[in-house]
Design a protein around this ligand. Structure first.
Ligand code: NAD
Length: 501
């Protein structure tokens, strides 16, 4: 007789500090699968002493890592990419379970994208860090003799970087900071999001496999704000690179100001998808529909506000309604599922309250709006989990909360406009400015319109990305840019060297 194997209890994970592993000084807390509601594992609850030890390790490692040759830094980053890919089969189930991502997103957009970031910045370590400046003839001054003066501007590492990240793409978000920071010779203390930190902790194993010097990468975790706040407060941390909400970003900017920290802040968004009267809806509808179809709308850059020329309004609403209805919501492990759960019950409730608030303010619910649970009509849904149906709200006005605030879930609002002037005014009428989109058959017109959008990024007839572009936000969507070679600048201080020959 065979018996089912007894499932092993969820593991208690450890902090990665100075190239070794330690228990959380304040114990541990459960990390919950957003679909099954089962405990995936226990994450360490870092104590103040743990954070201090991680910062001290990064500080200690900085001197030698910042003086390590670029070729060696590149080699370490390439070995990290190799080691991560070699552990793909361990990472994918863990990341899937803790994020609730569909198996397609979990397998194609976590490990390969993170590995590519390490590879990109292995090349980045080799990029020129010195900018020659034109010789300058200066007259004699009480300071020094006159003559032809030469200078260069050199990018130097900032020092110890605290990387505080959001939950939506845990190791990808972290790799986007860690890789350029290390390429430039900085050392890092990472503080992943509390909801899904286990893959980020596991990156410690990857750094061990890669033979990376101890202390260049450390990970501390905690269930509340205290762990990240300790990094922001530490006088030994030179820079905070933060991805998360604008509310927390504001707090970090204020708290970090006391020690004059360098800041890279990647914050919230409320993307406008402007559909001009000549737009091809075969392009515009799926691009806007990505706000539902990609990671349950938990994407900062999603076009969650469809601004539509009044002549195409009903057509776009109908097209989006059909698109929403065709998206399979269900168990993220099923290959046919497109929309999985959102991260927590709390977040689902928050999304639902935005939908209810919009309906109360007079918006028309065209699709979704209901809690998705396992019923005879929805057999694909497990009996557990935090599901929100793709939701489409029409008759939305720009002043409604759902049109101004970030929902960070599968919710799209449609707002009509009369002319370009009004489209621009509505698009710019939020505190955010991260990513807008313009859909038009006339790309020259779309290009000109982009100049009037107060936003860091504009997609013209596409929701596709270009990884080398500077990425960041205008207004309260953030401060600074990363992406491609801009990522190297983000983790650099500029030093001027001047001489007379
Ligand atoms: P969040 O702001 O709630 O948390 C982000 C991180 O900040 C977490 O690690 C959290 O523990 C930490 N934190 C909380 N309070 C802190 C404090 N006082 N000091 C230091 N750290 C603190 O964000 P979230 O819910 O994890 O992620 C969703 C948000 O992230 C959305 O607003 C989304 O737009 C944004 N986001 C932005 C980008 C971008 O590139 N602009 C990318 C992904 C997500």
């Amino acid at each position: 007789m065979t018996t089912d194997p007894v499932p092993s209890p969820p593991a208690t994970h450890r902090l990665f500090v100075n190239g070794g592993w330690r228990e959380g000084g304040d114990g541990s807390y459960p990390v919950v699968n957003p679909s099954t509601e089962q405990v995936v594992g226990h994450a360490p609850e870092a104590s103040a002493a743990d954070v201090e030890a991680a910062v001290a390790a990064a500080r200690e490692a900085f001197d030698s890592w910042s003086r390590t040759g670029a070729a060696e830094r590149a080699a370490v980053l390439n070995r990290v990419a190799d080691a991560l890919l070699a552990r793909n089969d361990e990472f994918v189930p863990l990341l899937q379970a803790e994020t609730g991502a569909t198996i397609r997103v979990a397998s194609s957009m976590q490990v390969p994208v993170a590995a590519e970031r390490f590879r990109r910045y292995a090349r980045g370590a080799l990029e020129a860090a010195v900018t020659p400046l034109a010789p300058y003839p200066v007259a004699a001054t009480p300071l020094a003799a006159g003559g032809l003066t030469s200078a260069v501007a050199v990018r130097r590492p900032v020092g110890v970087v605290g990387c505080i990240t959001s939950y939506n793409f845990p190791i990808v978000n972290l790799a986007g900071k860690l890789a350029p920071a290390l390429a430039m010779g900085n050392t890092v203390v990472a503080k992943p999001a509390p909801q899904d930190p286990l893959g980020c902790l596991k990156l410690g194993e990857v750094f061990e496999d890669a033979g990376a010097p101890p202390g260049i990468f450390n990970v501390v975790t905690g269930s509340g704000a205290a762990t990240g706040a300790a990094l922001v407060a530490s006088a030994e941390v030179d820079m905070i690179s933060f991805t998360g909400s604008t509310a927390v970003g504001r707090r970090i900017a204020a708290d970090g100001g006391h020690t004059m920290k360098r800041m890279l802040l990647e914050l919230g968004g409320k993307g406008a998808g402007i559909v001009l009267e000549d737009a091809d809806l075969r392009t515009a509808v799926p691009a806007i529909g990505s706000a539902w179809a990609f990671h349950s709308g938990q994407i900062c850059t999603a076009p969650t506000r469809a601004l539509v020329h009044e002549s195409r309004y009903e057509e776009v609403v109908a097209g989006l309604a059909r698109y929403a209805a065709a998206l399979a919501v269900g168990d993220p492990l099923s290959p046919s599922t497109v929309v999985g759960p959102v991260i927590t019950a709390l977040h689902r409730d928050r999304i639902e309250s935005y939908i209810a608030g919009a309906a109360a303010e007079g918006a028309r619910l065209v699709a979704g709006g209901t809690r998705k649970e396992h019923t005879a009509d929805s057999p694909a849904l497990p009996g557990t989990g935090f599901y929100v149906a793709p939701t489409l709200l029409a008759e939305v006005t720009p002043g409604m909360a759902v049109a101004r605030e970030e929902v960070f879930g599968p919710v799209v609002v449609v707002i009509p406009f009369r002319d370009e002037e009004e489209a621009v005014a509505i698009a710019n009428a939020t505190d955010f400015g991260l990513y807008d989109y313009v859909f038009s058959a006339d790309t020259a017109r779309a290009y000109a319109l982009a100049a009037r959008l107060r936003t860091g990024n504009v997609g013209i007839n596409t929701a596709q990305r270009h990884p080398e572009t500077p990425f960041g936000g205008f207004k309260q969507s953030g401060v600074g840019r990363d992406g491609g070679s801009y990522g190297l600048s983000a983790y650099s201080e500029l030093q001027s060297l001047v001489w007379q020959s």
